[in-house]
Design a protein around this ligand. Structure first.
Ligand SMILES: C[S@@+](CC[C@H](N)C(=O)[O-])C[C@H]1O[C@@H](n2cnc3c(N)ncnc32)[C@H](O)[C@@H]1O
Length: 263
């Protein structure tokens, strides 16, 4: 059932089937390199992965910085912290990756501790995105970069799910996000936070394989958790999307906004 802090609570406690869907959804995808490219991560960098989830990106970051560098991975979910630790160890990177269970929005890092801070699909959930950009500026050294990647949930598009049906699901699921239009807002927020340079790019790569079906099912779950939703429409969206994936005619678009802010 929804509360005012559902947008955070649903990450702290995740039921097993949703955890499995997230695990599948966050696998490092074909666009991963494009999403990270503007951050210009190099060997030897100290990098944070804020909101690491099951740790797929933490492993990719570790590969890039190598053992001369360090990755600090943070998450508020205890199971993701455990999964990230084992994924990092399995890949042989445990010596230079720290995985930390975060309990607030302040980072347990000294001022100027990092060359890069990467936050992927997490700004949408933080309590106060401007305060987070300010906090990130504290822990990144002058000349370093904060690279934020996120969706704008009003810009998601599907076919053959109708725009009207999708809007019903989206509206009922909005309580799962603190700032659902975060994608378009991050540029202005980073400027407001006082970075010396802010660049924005958009990566819009359609998914026709069904990767986004897990996202649709999670949105249906958020809508149902709200308790005040149109179940017939929510189930129709899931059924139409599932059938479209099975029949090879699924189309979805979830543009990713990349904001790279230099300290
Ligand atoms: C959509 S997932 C993204 C996971 C990962 N960054 C990725 O892209 O694969 C959001 C993650 O952010 C974490 N999270 C949510 N709110 C957070 C907060 N306020 N501080 C830190 N992590 C948070 C969740 O537990 C979850 O692991």
């Amino acid at each position: 059932m929804s509360t005012d802090s559902y947008y955070k609570d649903h990450w702290v406690d995740i039921e097993p089937d949703r955890l499995d869907r997230y695990e599948a959804q966050f696998v490092w995808g074909p666009n991963g390199d494009r999403l990270l490219e503007p951050a210009a991560i190099a060997a030897g960098h100290a990098v944070a992965d804020y909101g690491c989830g099951p740790g797929y990106m933490s492993v990719e970051l570790a590969r890039r910085v190598g053992k001369a560098g360090h990755v600090h991975a943070f998450d508020i979910n205890a199971q993701f912290v455990r999964r990230t630790k084992s994924r990092v160890a399995l890949n042989g990177f445990a010596d230079f990756v720290s995985v930390i269970h975060l309990r607030g929005d302040m980072l347990p890092l000294d001022d100027d501790a990092l060359d890069r801070l990467i936050i992927k699909n997490v700004m949408v959930y933080v309590d106060d995105p401007l305060a987070s950009f300010v906090e990130f500026r504290r822990v990144v050294k002058p000349g370093g970069k904060v690279h934020a990647i996120d969706s704008d949930f009003y810009m998601t598009a599907f076919d053959p799910v109708s725009p009207e049906d999708w809007r019903v699901v989206l509206d009922a699921a909005l309580h799962a996000f603190r700032t659902p239009a975060i994608g378009r807002k991050m540029y202005g927020l980073a400027l407001q936070a006082g970075y010396s340079d802010v660049a924005v790019q958009i990566v819009a790569a359609p998914d026709t394989t069904g990767r986004m079906l897990n996202f649709i099912k999670n949105m249906a779950g958020y809508a149902r958790d709200g308790g005040d939703h149109d179940e017939v429409t929510v189930q129709r969206v899931v059924d139409i999307a599932t059938r479209a994936v099975d029949e090879g005619r699924f189309f979805s678009l979830n543009p990713q906004f990349l904001v790279t802010a230099t300290v």
